[in-house]
Design a protein around this ligand. Structure first.
Ligand code: SF4
Length: 318
C-alpha cells in the first residue's frame, strides 16, 4: 500500500515585526513624499519585496553617494553605522530610519560596553549589513567572531573586560556553542542584558525544528542573502529533516526533490510575504500532495510604531 503523503506548514513563519514596519515605512514614504524615495541597501533581504517596492517608485542604492542631494532616503531594517547618518546629514538628505528597534537595541548595548572600556566580541557574519552597522558604533572596541572555531584566535587586551553580543538572526544553537567556548577562554565574560537573537529568529527556528522531526523534506522560502532564512535550512537538517532546500519561490523547486518523499514541511524566513509560501503549497498540491496542515509553535503579537520622523510627516498631512 502506498504511504500517505502530508504537508505541514510551520507557524510562526514569514514577516516579523521589524520587516513589517520597514516595508510599511517605504510604502508610506512613497505616499507622503511621492516617488522617487531612495532606500539604502535592500530594505529587507527579500528579492520579491524589493521588486514590488521598485515598481511603486522606490530606488534602491548601495551607498548614499548615489542619492541626489535633497532627496529622501530610507535606511533599511538591518541598521546603519553612525558614519552613514553623518554622511546623510552632510549631503543634506532627508532620512527615515527603518532600522528594526531590536537591532537598535544591540547598537545601544555596543555603545554602552564601549563606553565602559569593555572589549566586545560580536558573534555574526562578516559583510552582513547588520554587523557593519553595529561594528560602526564602536569600531575600536569590536571584534567579529564568526564561528565557534574562531574563538581560539581571539586576542583581547584585558580578559576580564570582555563582553559578547550577536547579530539578531543567527542560529540559536551554534551561537550557544560559540558563547560556551568564549566563556571557557574568558571566565569573566560579560553577557548582554538580554538575548540579542531576536524573538522572530528564535520562534522560526523552534517552529522549523518541530516540523523537521517528521519531515522527509523541508522547503524554506527566503532569499539567498537572508541570514535567518539560510539558518532555517541548517536548523531543519540538524533537527532531523532528511533534506532541506531554500527557494525564493515555487518556481525554484526541483521536481526531483519530491521523488520518494511522503512528508513535506514548509516554512519561510522573516522577510518573506506569505503569498510566496502559498505558491509553494499550491505547487505541492499540483504534484499530488494534500492541502497543508499548519503546526503552530506560538502566537506572535509584537508590532513596532513607524519611525517618528515619518509619523510626524504623516500627521502633518492630515
Ligand atoms: S528578524 Fe528580528 S531583528 Fe530582524 S527585523 Fe525581524 S524582528 Fe527585527
Amino acid at each position: 500500500m502506498p504511504e500517505t503523503k502530508s504537508v505541514v506548514v510551520a507557524a510562526p513563519r514569514g514577516y516579523c515585526a521589524g520587516v513589517d514596519r520597514a516595508v510599511i515605512t517605504v510604502e508610506r514614504a512613497l505616499d507622503v513624499y511621492g516617488p522617487p524615495v531612495y532606500v539604502r541597501k535592500q530594505i529587507v533581504h527579500n528579492r520579491h519585496v524589493v521588486e514590488d517596492l521598485e515598481a511603486r517608485g522606490a530606488i534602491f542604492v548601495e551607498e548614499l553617494d548615489e542619492v541626489p542631494t535633497g532627496s529622501t532616503v530610507v535606511f533599511s531594517a538591518h541598521g546603519v553605522s553612525p558614519a552613514v547618518h553623518a554622511e546623510a546629514e552632510a549631503r543634506g538628505l532627508k532620512t527615515i530610519d527603518a532600522t528594526c528597534p531590536l537591532v537598535t537595541k544591540v547598537h545601544h548595548e555596543a555603545k554602552r560596553f564601549a563606553g565602559q572600556g569593555v572589549q566586545i566580541l560580536l558573534i555574526g557574519h562578516a559583510g552582513h549589513e547588520e554587523v557593519e552597522g553595529t561594528t560602526g558604533e564602536a569600531p575600536e572596541h569590536i571584534q567579529l567572531v564568526q564561528h565557534p572555531s574562531d574563538v581560539d584566535g581571539v586576542d583581547v587586551a584585558d580578559p576580564d573586560k570582555v563582553a559578547w553580543l550577536t547579530q539578531t538572526t543567527l542560529s540559536v544553537d551554534e551561537t550557544a556553542e560559540t558563547v560556551t567556548r568564549l566563556r571557557e577562554r574568558f571566565p569573566n565574560l560579560i553577557d548582554p542584558p538580554s538575548d540579542d537573537i531576536c524573538y522572530a529568529t528564535q520562534n522560526r527556528q523552534q517552529a522549523v525544528k518541530q516540523i523537521a522531526r517528521h519531515s522527509d523534506l523541508v522547503i524554506v522560502v527566503g532569499s539567498q542573502n537572508s541570514s535567518n532564512s539560510v539558518r532555517l535550512v541548517e536548523v531543519a537538517l540538524e533537527a532531523g529533516a532528511k533534506a532541506s532546500y531554500r527557494v525564493d519561490n515555487a518556481s525554484e523547486i526541483d521536481p526531483s526533490w519530491l521523488v520518494g518523499v511522503n512528508s513535506v514541511g514548509v516554512t519561510s524566513g522573516a522577510s518573506v510575504p506569505d503569498d510566496l509560501v502559498q505558491g509553494v503549497l499550491d505547487y505541492l498540491q499540483s504534484q499530488g500532495f494534500p492541502a497543508a496542515v499548519e503546526e503552530r509553535l506560538t502566537e506572535e503579537s509584537l508590532t513596532f510604531a513607524l519611525p517618528p520622523e515619518l509619523r510626524k510627516d504623516l500627521r502633518a498631512r492630515r
